[in-house]
Design a protein around this ligand. Structure first.
Ligand SMILES: Nc1ncnc2c1ncn2[C@@H]1O[C@H](COP(=O)(O)OP(=O)(O)OP(=O)(O)O)[C@@H](O)[C@H]1O
Ligand SMILES: [Mg+2]
Length: 346
């Protein structure tokens, strides 16, 4: 592709990660949603994404590590703009300039008018040739291959960093939706609390997340439960460096309270949908998406608890960015989503 080529760009601006998908190329970038700035002057951006996150828990006093997107909403417009611009530049490289492309960015389900205006401002300032915002669950559904055009309802559960969206889609629109303030980050916190309480060890969020990804499981599988690792942290009583052995069973136990809350809330949301829509959903089951859906055994546990078939693709964390890019690359789809109220042109 030449320097002047243009195309669709989908940016999933999540509270944990920014994921970017380019037309004809697929997902080319995923980096943590962090910006590192000077504490006294947050206009001075020192790093974004992965480079910024490396400073988590080790920032010197004069710098601040900020997540401009919280609970799926833009909390800081300038820094969200910087995150979009810098990561888009990195993803596009020298091949294209953002101002020559069509950009579609995700907008969370529960976002208020004020939060929507903040996101709009950040997307406009990013400076693409044409841009729009789309409800993230609609984009995730498209990316996951959910038949959203059909007149019957389809159920999508999207587990992100800080929230879980339970959505029923039909005729390119949202028939019912509920946002739960429970996500995969809450599981990291549960692991941190458990290890402090049961093992007397203080660990950071990054370590807890690694434990969740490497050893965590929603089901108690005999092979996984036997795995163990030595964990370094600080002794909760003395504050001195300490090492403790942690098993997969510990991580499994730590995950039970947030998992139960998640499953209960999804069940509650499912039980409260109108009877006609519930009838549509039974034969096809539910679609699972988002990075949190990657937790080992989660789809099985959800399926068993809800009595539904669960479909999940190989990379559920990419679904939203892929769907956004599909929209950015297709004028007719853009129009249809605008008509159903799921897309806002900027
Ligand atoms: N293999 C894995 N097992 C368990 N959890 C995982 C795995 N891989 C990623 N995650 C979790 O997925 C979460 C991020 O998911 P995702 O990128 O979909 O969130 P997001 O879109 O940034 O957040 P939100 O949609 O809430 O704004 C992180 O908390 C991460 O720990
Ligand atoms: Mg998300």
């Amino acid at each position: 592709m030449g320097v002047f080529s243009s195309g669709g760009v989908g940016i999933d601006l999540g509270s944990a990660n920014v994921t970017i998908c380019l037309e004809n190329e697929g997902v080319v970038l995923r980096e943590p949603s962090y910006v590192l700035t000077l504490r006294e002057d947050t206009d001075q951006i020192l790093a974004v994404g992965r480079d910024a996150r490396q400073m988590l828990g080790r920032t010197p006093r004069d710098v601040a590590l900020i997540s401009p997107v919280n609970d799926g909403a833009v909390g800081n417009i300038e820094l969200a703009t910087a995150l979009i611009q810098r990561l888009a530049e990195k993803a596009l490289g020298k091949r294209r300039a953002l101002e020559k492309n069509r950009l579609v960015v995700s907008m969370s389900q529960g976002c208020t008018r004020v939060e929507q205006a903040a996101l709009e401002e950040a997307v406009r300032t990013a400076g693409a040739r044409r841009s729009a915002m789309v409800r993230s669950c609609v984009a995730a559904a498209l990316g996951a291959g959910v038949p959203i055009e059909e007149p019957r309802g389809s159920l999508l559960v999207c587990i992100g960093g800080s929230t879980t969206d339970v959505t029923i889609l039909s005729m390119n629109g949202i028939a019912a939706a509920r946002t739960l303030r429970i996500g995969s980050l809450g599981m990291d916190e549960a692991i941190m609390r458990y290890i402090r309480r049961e093992k007397g060890l203080i660990i950071g969020q990054r370590t807890a997340e690694d434990m969740k990804i490497d050893l965590g499981s929603a089901m108690r599988s005999p092979t996984l439960i036997r795995q163990k690792v030595s964990l370094r942290g600080r002794d909760a009583a003395t504050g001195k460096p300490a090492t403790v052995e942690i098993t997969a069973a510990d991580v499994h136990n730590a995950l039970q309270p947030p998992l139960e809350a998640l499953v209960e809330n999804i069940r509650d949301a499912f039980e409260n949908i109108p009877a006609e829509l519930a009838e549509d959903i039974l034969p096809q089951g539910l679609y699972l998406s988002g990075g949190g859906a990657l937790l080992e055994g989660l789809s099985q546990r959800l399926g068993e608890m809800l009595g539904l078939r669960v479909s999940i693709d190989e990379n559920p964390q990419d679904d939203t960015a892929i769907g956004l890019c599909m929209i950015a690359s297709d004028d007719r789809l853009m129009q249809k989503l605008e008509q159903s109220g799921c897309l806002i042109e900027i």
